[in-house]
Design a protein around this ligand. Structure first.
Ligand SMILES: Cc1cc2nc3c(=O)[nH]c(=O)nc-3n(C[C@H](O)[C@H](O)[C@H](O)COP(=O)(O)OP(=O)(O)OC[C@H]3O[C@@H](n4cnc5c(N)ncnc54)[C@H](O)[C@@H]3O)c2cc1C
Length: 319
C-alpha cells in the first residue's frame, strides 16, 4: 500500500494548477495545492482573449477558481513556496515535498505548474511599465492600444513578427532594432508596411509624473513619444524542482523546456508539468487546458494503480 498523505501535490496555483485541482477534486482525490501567489500576469489590471472573462482582472479569475474548489472536500490550497521535492523509495511512486517553512508533505503524484518569470531587457524604466504600458502579447494587450503610437523594442530578429502583429492594430509602429541584425526579408517587410525602423539604441523608457508612459529616450538624447511598448522578455521557467528530479528537457532558443507529452507527463514516474512551465506559448486558456488534461491523466494513472493494488489485496485475501 502506498503511504502518502496526499494523492496529488500541485505546486503552483495559477490557471494550470487550479484547473488540474478541479479535475482531481471532482475525482475525490486528496489534493494539496501549494501556491506562491505570483501568477505571471499579476502586473496587469485586465486580461484579454479569455472567453467569458475578457477584460476582467486576472486575479479575480484565480480567486473565483479557488472559491469553486471549496466545494470539493478533499482539496486544500495552501500559500507557500516549495523548495524541494524528492522521490519516495523505489517501491512506492511518489514524492516528499518540503516548503520554505520546513513543512513536509508526501504525495503519490506531483504536478508542477509553477509558470515562468519574464526577464526583461535591461532598459531603465521598463520594469515600472511592465503589465501596464509595456506588454509582450499582441493578442492579450494589443487591441486596447489600436491606432496608438507603438514602440516595439527588439531583443531578437524574431521581434519583427511582433512588430508586424502590432501593425495589424495600428499604423503608428516603430521598431527599435537595438543593434540586432535583421534579415533582408524582415527589413523589407517592415518597410513595406510602413513600420519605422529606428537604429539608434533605446536607452530609457520615460514615464510621466502619474506613472504613465511618456516615451523612449535614445542614445543621442532624442526622445520619441510612445503610448505603448511591446517587447519579448526572455522566459525563465521556474523549473528547479523538475531539474532536481531529473525531468528531461529540451533546449530551444537558449531556454530549457521540460519535455512533456500531450497530458503533461514527464519522463519521471509520477511527475507531471503543465502550463507556462512547459511552454512559452501559454495563455490563460491554454494553461487551463493543460492543467485540465494533466489533472484527468493523473487521476487515470492513480486509478490504474488502485486497480493493481486491489487485485493484489484480493489475491492475498483469497490465500
Ligand atoms: C504582463 C502579462 C500579461 C498577460 N496577459 C494575458 C492575457 O491578457 N490573457 C492571457 O490569456 N494570458 C496573458 N498572459 C499570460 C498568462 O499570464 C500565462 O499564460 C498564465 O499565467 C500561465 O498560467 P500558469 O498557471 O502556467 O502560471 P502562473 O499563472 O504564472 O502561475 C504559477 C504559480 O506558481 C507559483 N509558484 C512558482 N514557483 C512556486 C513554488 N516553488 N512553490 C509554490 N508555488 C510556486 C507562482 O507563485 C504562481 O502563483 C500575460 C502574461 C504577462 C506576463
Amino acid at each position: 500500500m502506498h503511504r502518502s498523505e496526499w494523492d496529488v501535490i500541485i505546486v503552483g496555483g495559477g490557471s494550470a494548477g487550479l484547473s488540474a485541482a478541479l479535475m482531481l477534486g471532482r475525482s475525490r482525490r486528496r489534493v494539496l495545492v501549494i501556491d506562491g501567489g505570483e501568477p505571471r500576469n499579476r502586473f496587469s489590471a485586465h486580461m484579454h482573449g479569455v472567453l467569458g472573462h475578457d477584460h476582467s482582472p486576472p486575479l479575480d479569475l484565480l480567486a473565483a477558481g479557488r472559491a469553486e474548489l471549496t466545494r470539493y472536500d478533499d482539496v486544500v490550497i495552501e500559500s507557500g513556496t516549495v523548495v524541494s521535492a524528492t522521490p519516495l523509495d523505489v517501491d512506492d511512486i511518489g514524492f516528499d515535498v518540503v516548503l520554505e517553512t520546513g513543512e513536509r508533505h508526501t504525495a503519490r503524484r506531483m504536478l508542477v505548474a509553477t509558470g515562468l518569470r519574464d526577464e526583461l531587457p535591461d532598459i531603465p524604466g521598463l520594469t515600472e511599465q511592465w503589465g501596464r504600458n509595456a506588454a509582450l502579447c499582441p493578442y492579450c494587450d494589443g487591441w486596447e492600444v489600436r491606432d496608438r503610437r507603438i514602440a516595439v523594442i527588439a531583443t531578437d530578429a524574431a521581434n519583427t513578427h511582433q512588430a508586424q502583429l502590432m501593425r495589424q492594430l495600428s499604423p503608428h509602429v516603430t521598431f527599435y532594432s537595438q543593434g540586432v541584425s535583421l534579415p533582408d526579408a524582415a527589413r523589407v517587410g517592415l518597410e513595406a508596411r510602413g513600420i519605422a525602423i529606428e537604429s539608434r539604441t533605446a536607452v530609457e523608457v520615460v514615464g510621466d509624473e502619474r506613472g504613465g508612459l511618456r516615451g523612449i529616450r535614445l542614445d543621442d538624447g532624442t526622445e520619441h513619444d510612445a503610448d505603448s511598448i511591446f517587447v519579448a522578455p526572455r522566459p525563465v521557467p521556474n523549473d528547479r524542482l523538475l531539474s532536481d528530479l531529473r525531468a528531461r528537457s529540451i533546449r530551444q532558443n537558449g531556454v530549457n523546456w521540460v519535455l512533456v507529452d500531450a497530458s503533461g507527463r514527464t519522463n519521471v514516474r509520477g511527475l507531471w508539468a503543465a502550463g507556462n512551465i512547459a511552454t512559452a506559448q501559454s495563455s490563460v486558456p491554454v494553461a487551463m487546458a493543460a492543467g485540465n488534461l494533466a489533472g484527468s491523466d493523473i487521476n487515470g494513472d492513480l486509478v490504474e494503480e488502485d486497480v493493481r493494488e486491489a487485485v493484489v489485496a484480493r489475491q492475498r485475501d483469497n490465500g
